[in-house]
Design a protein around this ligand. Structure first.
Ligand code: GLN
Length: 204
């Protein structure tokens, strides 16, 4: 990324809420690319891993040979925003995964899949997120994971009123339990784009 060239932000487009993130990022003046193949990771400045079904996303990233290159890019410092299933993909440790389910890792946290029970399969909540000014954000929890452990380098940036951890940040990685892309509030994406611009990272 040089000069005034807009940052290139990918959306992992194997499964899940791809179109919503792509559309939202498209309004923020960045170059958006749907990622389905390894060569598309070249020159990326940031990546969004959407919500969806993490066990399917895990299988597809491995099937398409994307898992190892993604892990390498994360290890090199590629900024990544993981939302819901995307948070699960970024978590170092997973509770209640399906048999054999793996994650990419990178975020030193444990997450529990589908942690809110059937009565909270889906709900819209208002949340204050550290680093985001103004009124609380309206976000959706949909069969959401919960962060059950955070490593010492991980910053908690949002909790529910009962203290449950639903958003974390570690270096250039942001992971959130909720869907920020379907309630029409673009502030978390803006925060991520700022992070990407500040990192000036290019995964060559
Ligand atoms: N329960 C899903 C999973 O395990 C996550 C749900 C979501 O992304 N909305 O991947």
């Amino acid at each position: 990324m040089a000069g005034n060239t807009p940052p290139r932000i990918g959306v992992l487009a194997l499964q899940g809420d791809v179109a919503e993130h792509t559309a939202l990022l498209g309004t923020l003046g960045v170059d958006v690319v749907d990622i389905r193949q390894v060569h598309q990771l070249e020159g990326l400045d940031g990546l969004v891993i959407p919500g969806g079904e993490s066990s399917v996303m895990d299988k597809l990233t491995r099937l398409f040979g994307l898992a190892k290159p993604l892990q390498a890019a994360i290890a090199r410092g590629l900024p990544v925003l993981g939302t819901c299933a995307g948070l699960i993909m970024l978590a170092q440790d997973l509770e209640d995964g399906i048999a054999g389910q793996q994650t990419l890792g990178g975020l030193d946290v444990s997450v529990r899949r589908n942690a809110f029970g059937s009565q909270v399969d889906s709900s819209e909540i208002e949340l204050h997120i550290e680093g985001i000014g103004g009124p609380p954000m309206a976000v959706a929890l949909i069969r959401a994971p919960l962060v059950t452990r955070v490593g010492k380098d991980v910053k908690v940036i949002a909790t529910l009123s009962d203290g449950s951890i639903v958003a974390v940040e570690q270096g250039s990685l942001i992971g959130v339990s909720f869907h920020p892309e379907i309630t029409g509030d673009d502030r978390l994406h803006r925060r991520f784009v700022e992070l990407v611009k500040n990192r000036q990272f290019s995964a060559q």
